[in-house]
Design a protein around this ligand. Structure first.
Ligand code: ZN
Length: 408
């Protein structure tokens, strides 16, 4: 039987669990050790450590302290791993915990977290998604049901000290260009959970531990939906033992994780196997992780594809800006779905949760970048294709996503 090396109790706070951490730092002690070739299971909290509840209010999304996230399981030490190696991680299987067969998706308030379309959806909202085996649907969003492409939003190895210092320095440099704008998140010791570290060593590490928000050279919070069960990932190793940590599991996510809180977020478990390629970073010229996709993906093969160009909502021209172009593609898809009776929030949530593809289609035709959003038509209970008869309003607006009043 495969050993479960890290267990989590969803009725307890993640900060009581010494095999959980929410910062990156080379001094965080290994939670456990394995040999190359071993397979094992790690259980994880959802990224908020259970703060977001299965109910019909978005107050928790509005009020969350975002310095607390992400709660990761690990680090797992791999015997014989040394800086410069590649840690090969086979994601053998991923699932929800039997006592937690649900997930959440939401938009943060513009005053706490914001998000990709925060100018259009400035208030906290959330939808709850129930899991039935490999399928999911939401009581807050009628008319859609799809197979999950389950994956960890966040997985990676511990940085060494020079890399940690480099991260903190370059992100602080960006913050300093406009300190009020929230361009990045500096270290914050108050809510740091440093695994089993205690005392002065813990305080020192907590004061400089990198936040888990951005993806970095080690992988980290990449939110790549295709990193799903069956995928094989090659991670750069920076410290002896590698120190692999994982969390932020997603039952499903659209490309871009545009809703930010987040995909369909869940607690669960990851069954994985680790091996090593000694000296693999130099052998293959690896700076950031590479991976092989899963042999099993949902076969949604019919899409309605929305184009967007780098001209913003006010008509302002941008130069080859992919971010602006993808935002327009998303807004175009939301406008379209509203014609079938969805609220804007419901449509936005569908784009953040369903196996939607985002593509960078063109980045050379000055001045406009072109991005496309691929909306799978088969996830809907009704036909969403354009026809001469026009859209049929399928929903009467009686069900919408909970919206929480903003606190000043
Ligand atoms: Zn997530």
């Amino acid at each position: 039987m495969t050993d479960t090396l890290i267990k989590v109790d969803l009725t307890k706070s993640p900060t009581e669990n010494e095999n959980i951490h929410n910062r990156w730092h080379p001094d965080i002690p290994m939670a456990c050790w394995v040999d190359p070739g071993d397979d094992f299971i790690l259980e994880t909290f959802d990224w908020t450590g259970g703060f977001i509840q299965n109910n019909d209010s978005a107050d928790d999304v509005r009020d969350i302290d975002l310095t607390t996230v992400h709660y990761l399981s690990g680090p797992v030490g791999v015997k014989g791993a040394e800086p410069g190696d590649l840690l090969v991680v086979d994601l053998l299987d991923i699932g929800a915990k039997p006592d937690s067969l649900w997930g959440f998706n939401g938009f943060f308030s513009k005053k706490n977290g914001g998000g990709f379309l925060t100018e259009h959806f400035p208030q906290a909202q959330k939808s709850i998604w129930d899991f039935k085996g490999m399928f999911t649907s939401s009581r807050h969003i009628p008319g859609v049901n799809f197979a999950g492409l389950i994956h960890p939003g966040l997985i990676g190895c511990l940085p060494d000290k020079p890399m940690l210092d480099k991260w903190n320095a370059r992100e602080q440099q960006l913050i300093d260009t406009d300190p009020a704008a929230g361009l990045a998140n500096p270290p914050f010791s108050g809510t740091a959970h440093m695994g089993r570290m205690t005392g002065e060593a813990r305080d020192r590490a907590a004061a400089e531990g990198a936040r888990t928000v951005p993806p970095r050279e080690h992988g980290g919070n990449c939110d790549i939906k295709d990193l799903s069960r069956g995928a094989k990932v090659y991670f750069p190793v920076y410290v002896d033992g590698a120190g692999l940590s994982v969390g932020d599991l997603h039952f499903s996510q659209g490309d871009g994780e545009i809703t930010f809180c987040g995909a369909i977020e869940m607690a669960g478990w990851v069954h994985m196997k680790v091996t090593l390629i000694k000296g693999g970073m130099a052998k293959y010229g690896i700076k950031n992780p590479i991976f092989k996709p899963s042999p099993i993906v949902p076969t949604y093969n019919d899409y309605l594809i929305f184009e967007g160009i780098s001209v913003d909502e006010a008509g302002r021209q941008y130069y080859l800006d992919v971010n602006v172009a993808y935002r327009q593609a998303c807004l175009n898809a939301i406008e379209y779905l509203k014609k079938f009776g969805y609220s804007g929030a419901q449509a936005y949530s569908i784009l953040g949760t369903a196996p939607v593809q985002g593509h960078i289609s063109g980045v050379v035709d000055v001045p406009n970048a072109c991005a496309t959003l691929w909306l799978p038509t088969q996830i809907f209970d009704f036909d969403i294709n354009p026809t001469a008869a026009g859209p049929r309003k399928m929903l009467d607006g009686s069900i919408d996503m909970p919206l929480s009043p903003d606190l000043s």
